[in-house]
Design a protein around this ligand. Sequence first.
Ligand SMILES: *Cc1c(COP(=O)(O)O)cnc(C)c1O
Length: 457
Amino acid sequence: MKKSNLDRRDFIKINSALGLGAATLLSTNPLQAINIFNAKHQQPAILGGQPAMASDWPSWPMWNPETDEKRLLEVMRSGVWSRKNVTIEFENKWAATVGSKRCLAVVNGTNAMNASLANLEVGWGDEVIVTPYSFIASISCVLFNGAIPVFVDIDPDTFQMDATKIEEKITKRTKAIMPVHILGLPCDMDPIMNIAKKHNLVVVEDACQGWLAEYNHQKVGTFGDAGCFSFQNSKNLPIGEGGAIVSDNDAFMDRCYSYHNYGMPYGSMKVEGSSGAVMAGNKLRITEYQAAIGLAQLERLEDQTSKRSENAEYLKSKIATVPGITPYKLYEKVTRASFHLFPFRYNKEAFKGLPRHKFLAAMRAEGIPCSAGYFPLNKMPYLKNAFESKNYKLFYSKKDLNYADYEERNQCPINDVICGEEAIWIPQYVLLGSMSDMNNIYNAIQKIYDNAALLNK
Ligand SMILES: *Cc1c(COP(=O)(O)O)cnc(C)c1O
């Protein structure tokens, strides 16, 4: 809009859009009005300016009745709702997608991990190497099976378990390592698998945020003895609830199958000449309608994963130019990330001391969904609660269960800083927006940076 084109009517429009009164209108010339208009764009939304992102983000989960409902309706109308052919089809597809020999669908990611550890006989008396930067289910599965979690601090650049700090935590009791490909950014699997091989340890991968993510062109979840996935509603492959175990080990997968089906015989678990349950099992089966939803969602996963990657790379390059903003790094051998979350680190010193919670509030006012992410898993009350339980007291010595000592041994100072001060997440569905949406995120951050002093008043 040029000065000469700005007639009185436009002038009034701008002024009323800005919420300015007639008095301002009369005392302001058109050129000043343009400046005010620009200033209003530059003013943080939390202080009354225009939000950097005015339109909506893609909604989640996605569902297209035309393409997604045919299989689901077939299932519903068939009356075959309990585990059968559609579930098998989903399992075969997921196994092929990640490049694993076998897949077993289960009720959720939490129980995929519980069952994997149980059927690899990781439990009472064992120590399991874990990360403090994850969702609670990554540790509760260890306690659920009676083992003791041993925390390894994280690599602040990647947010993953720091592979260089694993070996110092290995003892005679160490039985397993549980790498979590947290946020959808793969762990450094080569060193982790080498350490596991050297010390003869079981590896169970928590790939509950790692659908289609790759390290050295191999899908995460296929490096260890078992890989566990989640299909919960917020996840990149959403079914509402659901999970899966993948592995190439037939004996282990037969065992998991029996376990997930009341302990009924399956494959190599069959006992000749006897009938009925062959083990103390559980019931973890998914339904046919969940599998039908999963098959529909699987159709969009590849394209969405590419889109998230492209947007993440672009957004990363943009925001890395803002002082005090440090986006995630990927390990050299990572060939694809799934970006369940887009993470970056925030240094408040570069933002005139503006604390993270105020930065987050300002970002949300700009229309950018974001959060501070996880709390440290090595510092929550559930650990002490397990140590004080009847069975832990029966099995472990007083020395083992001295909680003050345990806390001391399991400190993760880098993770404390990441969780407590620096981490910022943008959720996966935001990365399904357009390139101009990504520019809006950058604009929001830049605007907050430019106005940091004002925002910290
Ligand atoms: C979601 C999630 C789980 C648990 O999966 P559910 O399906 O919710 O039980 C475990 N680990 C991580 C890292 C997750 O994000």
